[in-house]
Design a protein around this ligand. Structure first.
Ligand code: HC1
Ligand code: SF4
Length: 570
């Protein structure tokens, strides 16, 4: 520990901390813009400057380490006028289009400008003619709004290991660009949306499909049936859009809000996660009993599927052929459910609410069509749903709790786990173990697959066969694991991959957050949903059992393959 002085008062702090971290731990709020708790600090924006006794110039708190006896001032006039000056420099290079910007209301620059009452003293000098890159169905880029914080560059390289952007030009001309400036969709981008999630302004954002959904719900066509489905991790994050505590479980309010937005039916993607476990679990069981490609990889994360096709084509036959729960749900809705309510598949409009931008990309894949029909019509992110609810003036926090519609609304605790890294594995193991042994699991929770380490592994004994499993999340960790497997340093039977840190709870479409514990809080909420569930094994879901009896016959049947499985391309 060392002693530092903040605004003349002494404090004991750990010696390896930065001034920003130490101050935050002590409750001092230092403003930041380029800083993000997930990323290495670079001190680019100079918004977090503080006075340090003995230093000639103001120092950025994010890159300055504490030292014994250091005297720091965070609240002097000199500091405040430097912050204002730096903000007005940024403002002079940023369009003042807040009212119709995608980031309106959640823009970190907008908040700071308001807080410091900054005026545009240098005028506005922006080339707003810059073309917006809308090549990707997932992520759009309007670089006229870029404030050069480099968060997109850093998250894409440090956390995702993708290196899609690098800074070109210098000073105020500098911009995060793709190699040779090609449109994003022509690069190796996997559509994870992490760059959009960490962008503090509206320079990178999810493709705004909320506009289409808004228009559609405001002019509903007679004879059409409007259906929504909600992914496992949306319910533990959507509350943040309305100021609720991170980790709040808002399932019932979210269902109620979707009905008030105009959806005729609200179904639970978790139901389809149980269905995925049946299809993928039986695929694993089949490979174990009859032989097949090992290791087997999960296939529900579309960012991972994109990465596999682009960089690891030799693994194509190792991926489960099971479609993602999103696509299984939509396939079942436009066949089984359409028949039940007596409407044609083309008269159902299916909207998915997902924490993920790559889900927008997934639905454009030709091999996801069922009998020539696109099963999911629109994907909107958690943030976009928040926007729609606000636009409609729905009082989210005070809504009553409502239930999902039946029969595609029942789900188990195993399905809930899909929303967090390790969850698909845990859900699959619960079913694989009990089906293969014919016995109940002595302990339902697999502690060894839980946690937030980038790569985790476990060994599970099933009927004397030691099943070796691994879990990886955050594409940089995933790539490391795959490289080591390729070099023969690691061997597994079954591997779960999620492109984003934390799994879907950390998806690119989730509410933006600067809380360093955000993933832990959302993960805990997911585990709580599992613990509170009456049913905790996918194969015990009564509506899934009924679906097989009435329609799908059995897991991996011919019809199940037709509707619920896919293939991958080169
Ligand atoms: Fe996910 Fe999935 S868990 S991919 O992370 O398998 O997006 O939440 O919906 O499809 O169920 C995302 C989350 C989600 C699918 C499921
Ligand atoms: Fe990188 Fe993901 Fe952004 Fe693509 S979407 S540029 S892979 S962070």
């Amino acid at each position: 520990m060392v002693t530092i002085y903040i605004n003349d008062k002494p404090y004991q702090v750990p010696e390896n901390k930065t001034v920003l971290e130490a101050a935050a731990d002590l409750g001092f709020k230092i403003p930041t813009l380029c800083h993000h708790p997930e990323l290495e600090p670079i001190g680019a924006c100079r918004i977090c400057v503080v006075e340090i006794e003995g230093a000639r110039t103001l120092q950025p708190a994010c890159t300055t380490k504490v030292a014994d006896g250091m005297k720091i001032k965070t609240n002097t006039e000199r500091v405040e006028s430097a912050v204002k000056f730096n903000l007005s420099l940024i403002m002079s290079n940023h369009p003042h289009e807040c009212m119709y910007c995608e980031a309106d209301g959640r823009c970190e620059l907008q908040k700071l400008v308001h807080m410091y009452d900054v005026q545009p003293i240098f005028g506005v000098n922006v080339n707003i003619e810059k073309e917006i890159d809308m090549s990707s169905p997932s992520v759009h880029r309007d670089l006229s709004k870029c404030i050069k914080c480099q968060r997109c560059v850093r998250v894409c390289s440090e956390i995702q290991g993708m290196n899609i952007y690098s800074m070109i030009e210098r000073g105020y001309e500098s911009l995060p660009e793709t190699e040779f400036g090609v449109p994003l969709y022509e690069t190796d981008c996997i559509s994870c949306g992490q760059c959009a999630n960490l962008c503090p302004v509206g320079a990178i954002y999810e493709a705004p499909d909320w506009k289409k959904v808004w228009k559609m719900l405001n002019s509903k066509e007679p004879g059409k049936v409007y259906v929504a489905q909600t992914a496992p991790s949306v319910r533990v994050a959507i509350g943040e859009e309305f100021g609720m505590e991170p980790g709040s479980i808002s399932t019932g309010k979210m269902v109620a809000a979707l009905r008030r937005l105009g959806f005729d039916y609200v179904f639970d993607t978790n139901f389809a996660a149980d269905l995925t476990i049946m299809e993928e679990g039986y695929e694993l069981i089949g490979r174990l009993q009859n032989g097949g490609k090992f290791p087997m990889f999960t296939s529900c994360c579309p960012g991972w599927v994109n990465e596999m096709e682009k960089e690891w084509p030799e693994l194509r036959e190792h991926l489960s052929t099971a479609k993602s729960p999103q696509q299984m749900m939509s396939s079942v809705v436009k066949t089984y459910f359409a028949q039940k309510i007596g409407v044609k598949p083309e008269d159902i409009v299916m909207v998915s609410i997902m924490p993920c931008t790559a889900k927008k990309d997934e639905i454009t894949r030709p091999q996801q069509l069922v009998d020539g029909i696109k099963v999911t019509d629109y994907v909107i992110t958690t943030r976009e749903l928040g926007k729609l609810i606000k636009l409609k003036g729905i009082p989210f926090v005070n809504l009553p709790e409502e239930q999902y519609d039946s029969p595609l609304g029942t789900s188990t605790g195993a399905a809930a786990l899909f929303g967090v890294t390790g969850g698909v594995m845990e859900a699959a193991l619960r079913t694989a173990y009990e089906v293969l042994t014919g016995e109940k699991l002595p302990k339902l929770v697999f502690e060894s697959v839980r946690g937030l380490d980038g790569v985790r592994e476990a060994e599970i004994d099933i009927n004397g066969r030691k099943l070796k499993v691994a879990i990886a999340h955050g594409m940089a960790s995933v790539k490391k694991l795959l490289r080591e497997m390729k070099e023969g340093k690691r061997y597994y039977d079954f591997v779960e991959i999620m492109a984003c840190l934390g799994g879907c709870i950390g998806g690119g479409g989730q509410p933006k957050s600067l809380d360093p514990d955000i993933l832990k809080k959302r993960a805990q909420a997911i585990y709580t949903i599992d613990e509170l569930s009456v049913l905790r094994r996918s194969h015990e879901n009564p509506d899934i059992i009924k679906l097989y009896e009435e329609f799908l016959e059995k897991p991996n049947s011919h019809i199940a393959h037709h509707l619920l499985h896919t293939h991958y391309t080169d």
